[in-house]
Design a binder for this molecule. Structure first.
Ligand code: 5GP
Length: 184
């Protein structure tokens, strides 16, 4: 019985956070990796819970030490998956990375046993409607998000599994089954 590294991706608003967090709360043998970032904490975020908040200097030092399984820059800040945490944890538990498509593909390059899971919406139209009706972004931001959404979903073929989030409970079960099948 081996433990499994699973990267879960999907467009924003698709419900991947809820699926991952519910599964992790139910299963003692599965944990979510906490990424490092150089962005400032948002209200309510805690060091070591949402992210490890590092200075840019620290982050660059850790890049030089080869301590990231993968890292990337988003909106001018660095984000990375700590390699030491993932490798150490895999000795006793399975690990889930909640990560965008580019990060997931890089994680698989660095760690080929990594299984890639895409969470897809039941309908693209519905997800678009939700994004637009949130009304929290400018038209330009929405355009950017829609382009990104289509790009992410277009990468489905590079993924090992696609879970359509039609029903939350079924989606959680599907992710649990992927972990169990790969543990065997
Ligand atoms: P936010 O600042 O909103 O929490 O995240 C911004 C972006 O960074 C999101 O697209 C998120 O998926 C991505 N991100 C978070 N952690 C990591 C990571 O460890 N590696 C990579 N490559 N991207 C990450």
């Amino acid at each position: 019985m081996k433990n499994v590294l699973v990267a879960v991706s999907g467009p924003s608003g698709v419900g991947k956070g809820t699926i991952v967090k519910t599964l992790v709360a139910r299963r003692e043998d599965v944990v979510e990796s906490i990424s490092c970032t150089t962005r400032a904490p948002r209200n309510g975020e805690q060091h070591g819970r949402e992210y490890y908040f590092l200075t840019k200097e620290d982050f660059l030092h850790r890049i030089a030490q080869d301590d990231f399984l993968e890292y990337d820059e988003h909106f001018g800040n660095y984000y990375g998956t700590p390699k030491s945490f993932v490798k150490e944890t895999l000795k006793t538990k399975s690990v889930i990375l909640e990560i965008d498509v580019v990060g997931a593909l890089n994680a698989k390059k660095a760690f080929p046993e990594c299984r890639l899971v895409m969470i897809a919406p039941p309908s693209l139209e519905e997800l678009k409607r939700r994004l637009i009706s949130r009304n929290s972004e400018t038209e330009e931001e929405i355009e950017g998000r829609l382009a990104r959404l289509e790009y992410e979903l277009a990468q489905k073929d590079k993924y090992d599994y696609v879970i359509v989030n039609d029903d939350l409970e079924e989606a959680i079960e599907a992710l649990a089954k992927i972990i169990d099948d790969n543990k065997a």
